[in-house]
Ligand binder design. Structure first.
Ligand code: XMP
Length: 509
């Protein structure tokens, strides 16, 4: 039995995936499509309704209005939001105001709660209104179901045809009851709430099989959540046609290679483990500048891939674990994001490939985690914190030596273990140890020591653009500090970093 599908039809706005995600959260499959591509999908049976959304502060183009007229011929329930509502009004012969220079903002809105769209809501609430233009004259057959002082027709409906318009944005956190409105529209569409992330896996596997055929796929596996889930998904789809390359540059966390090997090689995946430790560490000898470290690692990484690429020959597809937030971060509506785990951006140019596969492109991080578990990755694997491409190189201050790496790996493993045991990991965006280049005097077993100071860093963050230092309980810090000094040679002092971002950054270098 097929799942119901609601389409978010995009005229170029920025919150479309957020709407789609809210619908998926309510167990109905939802996909975003640019308006030019929507028609072909609409011909399939499963689409049960659509939401039209576009940029704020723009008048619908003639093309958008023409497409909207086509969408109206389907007879499916439609919800137009902001630009989508004005496009509906124009397509239906209503009138809109001229464009005004008004940024969207929350305004008191009165709602007609007898409308199915506003069922369960208070009659008075706040809506995040896009007032750059709005419907001035209702199309025939419609009635006003919401208004505010500045916008007399803030919402409209034609109940018989199941067509609705909202000048305010239900996906905005500033709109009260926005989730209820989206949910009500799903009911208007008659959506059966039974979609699960497992269904996404089934669909994605089918799509990858179709796309890849009998060709070869290459994936750079970092051991991070996104590339790991991507690897599992493609492995399930095309098995031995996929080759994953894992590069150990010598600056990974303790036992990282082993962990990745256990998670993937055991399942029979085609995994190439490249031990490039000496190559990287030789190049980094004597280097102390953080950007220089990044540059060397980035460049060397490309070299290693180049060498591997030569062995593999030309591949047909390069796979990437790009997820939706990566696309937003790189400013890219529709832009192809080239993501390597070093953020180098140059990787694909050294690999001869014909096209890119990005099966996680529409998903948010927590959806990717759920998918990972579904695909057989352990919970502790998919809930891993992010780890920077240059790895421990930017957590060892000053010159990088094999000895310093070993010290940091041990200390960091203890900190992570203690955080995990205290059950704090779910609350933290990132937590790790930093080896400073500072030596201080201490005493151990009655003898003077002169050894490194280790810093512990733990932050809470949603987006990694800002972060707050985390108030870790004293007992956990105390236990971690005692254990590190006891168990790790060459460290005799542990400090805790209480700097938020800004003004600090999360990493020390
Ligand atoms: P900062 O230190 O800038 O870090 O506050 C923000 C996030 O980015 C990660 N980070 C990196 N990731 N290559 C990466 O792949 C890098 O060079 C790099 N530098 C920082 C950092 O771990 C945090 O999650």
């Amino acid at each position: 039995m097929k799942n119901d599908k609601i389409l978010v039809i995009d005229f170029g706005g920025s919150h479309k995936e957020l709407i789609a995600r809210k619908i998926r959260d309510r167990q109905v499959y939802c996909e975003v499509l640019p308006f030019e591509k929507a028609a072909s999908t609409l011909e399939t049976q499963e689409v049960i309704g659509m939401i039209l959304t576009g940029p704020t502060g723009r008048t619908p183009s003639e093309e958008a209005v023409e497409e909207t007229k086509y969408f109206l011929t389907t007879g499916l329930p439609i919800l137009g939001i902001g630009y989508g509502m004005t496009a509906l009004s124009l397509a239906l012969g209503g009138g809109i105001t001229q464009l005004a220079e008004v940024a969207p903002h929350p305004l008191e809105t009165t709602l007609d709660t007898s409308s199915d769209l506003f069922k369960g809501l208070e009659a008075q609430g706040q809506g995040w209104l896009d007032l750059s233009q709005y419907t001035k004259q209702l199309p025939s057959g419609f009635r006003t179901i919401g208004s505010s002082d500045n916008c007399p027709i803030a919402a409209m409906e034609n109940k018989d045809k199941a067509i609705y318009g909202l000048q305010f944005h239900p996906e905005s956190p500033y709109t009260q009851g926005g989730d209820v409105i989206i949910s009500n529209f799903m009911d208007i569409c008659g959506a059966q709430r039974k979609w699960k992330i497992e269904d996404y896996a089934v669909q994605a596997v089918e799509k990858i099989r179709k796309q890849v055929g009998d060709k070869k796929v290459l994936l750079g596996l970092s051991g991070g959540v996104d590339s790991s889930v991507c690897a599992k998904l493609i492995d399930q789809a095309v098995g031995s046609q996929l080759t994953c390359i894992f590069v150990d540059h010598g600056l990974l966390r303790k036992d990282e290679g082993k962990l990745v090997q256990e998670a993937f090689q055991g399942s029979g995946m085609n995994l190439v483990m490249v031990d490039a430790r000496d190559r990287f560490l030789d190049k980094l000898e004597g280097v102390t500048d953080p950007e220089e470290k990044r540059k060397i690692i980035g460049e060397e990484f490309i070299r290693v891939f180049e060498d591997q690429g030569k062995e593999i020959g030309s591949v047909d597809f390069l796979a990437q674990g790009t997820i939706y937030p990566d696309i937003i971060e790189s400013g890219g509506d529709g832009a192809q994001v080239i993501k390597s785990h070093h953020n180098v951006g140059g990787l694909p140019s050294v690999i001869d490939f014909k096209s890119l596969i990005e099966p996680l492109r529409i998903l948010f991080k927590d959806e990717v985690r759920k998918l990972g578990v579904q695909l057989g990755l352990e919970e502790r694997f998919v809930s891993r914190q992010p780890f920077p491409g240059p790895g421990l190189a930017v957590r060892i201050m000053g010159e990088i030596t094999r000895e310093k790496i070993a010290i940091l790996q041990e200390a960091d493993a203890i900190f992570r273990e203690e955080i995990g045991q205290a059950g704090l990991h779910k609350d933290l965006g990132q937590y790790f140890a930093v080896l400073t280049n500072n030596k201080t005097v201490g005493v151990k077993d009655g003898k003077r020591t002169y050894a490194y100071t280790l810093a512990l860093r733990a932050v809470r963050t949603e987006d990694y653009m800002t972060a707050a230092w985390a108030p870790i309980p004293y007992e956990v810090l105390d236990r971690t500090s005692r254990r590190i000094i006891e168990e790790v040679d060459h460290i005799n002092r542990v400090v805790y970093d209480i700097t938020s971002k800004p003004p600090g950054t999360i990493e020390w270098e």
